[in-house]
Design a protein around this ligand. Structure first.
Ligand code: ZN
Ligand code: ZN
Ligand code: FE
Length: 757
């Protein structure tokens, strides 16, 4: 665990020592320039208890601003010790802290009628409040934050200068006398109200079914009453967001528990200083939530208020609201109120704004618990820009990430700073945000990268940027970056078998890869195995239409005869003319690129069992397949063939036997959920079988497919029962949000080899 905040010089290490020994855990604790570092070893339940009790029982004056934990291999410590502080000279990179959720003391103040900060939405202290979203430059000092335009009143100034005060050197310190204030605007910018009246009127509007743009910590949210079906539908229509689920903000953890099943680990996440969106299983039975929040989705993305503004607003409402990012779909989140007048025009009815400028956009982070660990699926508020520590000193390298869910990463010494989530680089707005984030990361750490790493894909906006910024960008294969990213956060050394499964990534052979087994050695990677490729009739259209993948699976398995079987769901999903067209594409190999993508296999199977023929957003069919499979406990798996490649070609995982078996299941009238489950079981079996061909070296699971909890848990269990060590993502997303980190590591490896050559 790395614990940051007011945890040094407050008896934190003795506290950790006592707690660890009480629980009979072994390991050590020390202070580093980066915070308190703890390694504990013991039984799983004790470790969980330790994690939960650290926050609950910490010394009264200690304050945790971030707590990052991940599970690692046992070392075999004999006892628990307090180690000497490791003071590496020159290793003190000033850390920019992430934005921290409101602390209990500040919350009590804004709720206490006699306090001078009663109902003041910008209350904060050294333990909580904005950081990364307002810092212009280091060192972190008020004149170098967006708070510089507010002169502190004498009372605030006094707190700020008093070492005994909780607001001693709290850079964003403010009060109703001297700090930022709220206003309520209509969409022409006319001020309808100010201060508390603005907040009350905004709450009133939400209650009346209006869509209100709320300027928060790292950008705008769009908020509507989550119980109001008409309002939620209207928000979907205006935002051009068809079926993607909306995240919710509930007034309290108790309110979350009324809607969802919450485990102790999930509760810790909800209450943590990072305060992310936690993906939770919905409770069965009726709820008064609008049906179109997350159609057909057994999960809800839930968070609780994390700034005084959100606390006050939700206290006022006392019901859950949709809190989705303030943007048109695919654009980055809007951070400025004047910009919002344009960008949220036609989306929001009203804007609740304030005059504390947001320097950089920071979206809400998203976390899901799987295999009893946290997995960060979107790393932004609360986490960014905390670094990932690596084994060796790295040259200063910038990784510009991939195309979807883009992030960038910058190496400084042994730390890799992974930026906040930027998003899909589909729009001009997103590209501009991407360049701003790069400039600001380089600025903050005064870095002049010696190399820039980018994806091998020639047409990614990020790759084009790299080619503009440097003569010789280091191009990194997409799945290689995925695997290195997973290895980096788990501190793994080669050899490792990386299982990189996702929707698509450019291969050095010009093909679309995505069902890859890459063996990582000291120098690079070998493509040990891959999924048998399938055609994508219609290319990009096949990504939006699983039926095209379904048809392709049938075509490969049964040949042209498949087309006559109009009772099969993928065939039935086309009309006569379309069928002819697609057949012609496949027959003549027109506009039908080959791909070894696992994402497309998921699509194909979803189509085959009649689950979904067209999708509205990326990964939709695969997600629905996961939910369906999770309802079954069937232990069966389908047949598949493992075929050794000739002439150094990778081993091929041939899924045609599986398709034949699914067809038999269909004919027998097997339940869809049984087939979906058997498909998942088959994939876990495939991973084990390939791993067994690699002398049992450790396996790293990475790529967007491993956001699938069932798949990850099945694969982990299957490998572990086969005696193979397995690792997956915890702090860094398995999806393309983790690519930038992998690129940085790959570039460092390439540079090192150049030197030794
Ligand atoms: Zn506070
Ligand atoms: Zn003041
Ligand atoms: Fe990917």
């Amino acid at each position: 665990m790395t614990i940051r905040g007011a945890v040094q010089g407050v008896g934190f290490r003795p506290f950790i020592y006592r707690l660890a020994t009480t629980l009979e855990l072994r390991g050590w604790v020390n202070n580093t320039a980066r915070g308190v570092f703890v390694e504990v070893e013991g039984e799983r339940e004790r470790l969980d208890e330790f994690l939960l009790r650290v926050e609950r029982e910490k010394p009264a004056i200690a304050f945790i601003q971030s707590l990052e934990s991940s599970l690692a291999d046992p070392v075999g410590y004999a006892n628990f010790t307090i180690q000497h502080s490791d003071e590496q000279p020159g290793a003190k990179t000033a850390l920019v802290m992430p934005d921290v959720a409101t602390c209990p003391e500040c919350l009590a103040e804004i709720r206490a009628p006699r306090n001078r900060r009663y109902r003041y939405p910008f209350t904060n202290c050294t333990n909580c409040g904005p950081r990364y979203s307002i810092i212009e430059a280091l060192p972190y000092d008020r004149p170098r934050t967006t708070m510089k335009k507010f002169a502190m009143c004498p009372a605030c100034e006094h707190e700020y200068r008093d070492p005994a005060n909780r607001r001693f050197h709290a850079q964003p310190n403010a009060c109703p006398e001297c700090g930022p204030q709220l206003q309520l605007w209509d969409m022409t910018g006319v001020v309808l109200g100010a201060r508390d009246a603005a907040l009350v009127a905004a709450a009133e509007a939400i209650r009346a079914g209006k869509i209100v743009g709320v300027k928060g910590l790292g950008g705008f949210h769009l908020m509507v009453d989550a119980r109001n079906e008409d309002a939620v539908c209207e928000l979907r229509r205006r935002k051009h967001r068809e079926e993607k689920p909306f995240a919710l903000m509930a007034p309290s953890v108790e309110a979350v528990k009324a809607l969802c099943e919450v485990s102790p680990l999930e509760e810790r996440l909800l209450r943590s200083p990072e305060s992310p969106i936690v993906l939770l299983g919905r409770r069965g039975g009726a709820s008064d939530l609008a049906a179109s929040l997350a159609p057909g989705n057994p999960m809800l993305g839930m968070m609780v208020p994390y700034t005084p503004l959100h606390h006050l607003l939700l206290d006022e409402l006392n019901f859950p609201v949709v809190a989705t990012s303030g943007n048109l779909s695919d654009e980055p989140i809007c951070i400025d109120e004047h910009e919002a007048l344009e960008r949220l025009q036609g989306i929001a009815d009203l804007l609740l704004v304030h005059d504390r400028p947001i320097l950089r956009h920071v979206d809400d982070s998203i976390v899901r618990v799987m295999a009893q660990r946290e997995m960060v699926m979107r790393r932004a508020r609360g986490f960014a820009p905390l670094p990932v520590m690596v084994q060796d000193e790295l040259p200063s390298v910038l990784g510009v990430g991939a195309h979807q869910k883009n992030t960038v990463a910058l190496a400084v010494g042994r730390q890799v700073f992974v930026s906040q989530h930027i998003g899909d680089l589909e729009t001009e707005q997103a590209s501009a945000a991407f360049e701003r984030v790069i400039a600001s990361l380089e600025d903050l750490y005064e870095a002049e990268p010696v190399a820039i790493a980018c994806d091998l894909h020639p047409n990614y906006v990020s790759s084009e940027y790299a080619r503009r910024a440097t003569k010789h960008p280091i191009e990194v294969q997409h799945h290689y970056a995925h695997v290195l990213s997973c290895m980096a956060e788990n501190a793994l050394q080669p050899p490792v078998l990386g299982v990189a499964w996702d929707g698509s990534g450019y291969g050095p052979d010009g093909m679309v890869w995505g069902g890859e087994f890459l063996k990582i050695d000291k120098y690079g990677y070998i493509r040990a195995a891959r999924l048998r490729p399938l055609h994508l009739p219609g290319s990009e259209r096949a990504v939006r239409e699983p039926r095209r993948c379904g048809l392709s699976l049938l075509w490969e398995t049964l040949g042209e005869a498949a087309l006559a079987q109009s009772e099969l769901p993928p065939i039935a999903a086309f009309d006569e003319n379309e069928r002819k067209l697609v057949a012609q594409m496949l027959r003549q190999n027109l506009n039908s690129p080959w791909t070894s993508s696992m994402g497309r296999l998921f699509d194909g199977v979803a189509s085959l069992i009649g689950l979904r023929q067209k999708v509205r957003h990326e990964g939709q069919a695969a997600m629905e397949l996961e939910w369906l499979a999770a309802r079954s406990t069937d232990a069966g798996a389908y047949e598949f063939a493992l075929r050794a490649g000739q002439d150094g070609q990778p081993t091929e995982l041939d899924w045609r036997l599986m398709v034949e078996e699914i067809l038999r299941d269909l004919q027998r009238g097997e339940a869809r959920e049984t087939m979906a489950r058997r498909f998942h079981n088959t994939l876990a079996e495939m991973i084990l079988r390939v791993a067994q061909t690699q002398a049992g070296i450790p396996v790293a699971l990475t790529g967007g497919c491993f956001q699938n909890r069932l798949l990850t848990e099945l694969a982990v269990a299957r490998l572990q029962s086969g005696g193979i060590r397995v690792y997956w993502h915890q702090r860094v997303p398995p999806n393309d949000g983790g690519i930038a980190l992998g690129q940085v590591v790959a570039a460092a490896r390439a540079l090192r080899q150049k030197e030794t050559r």
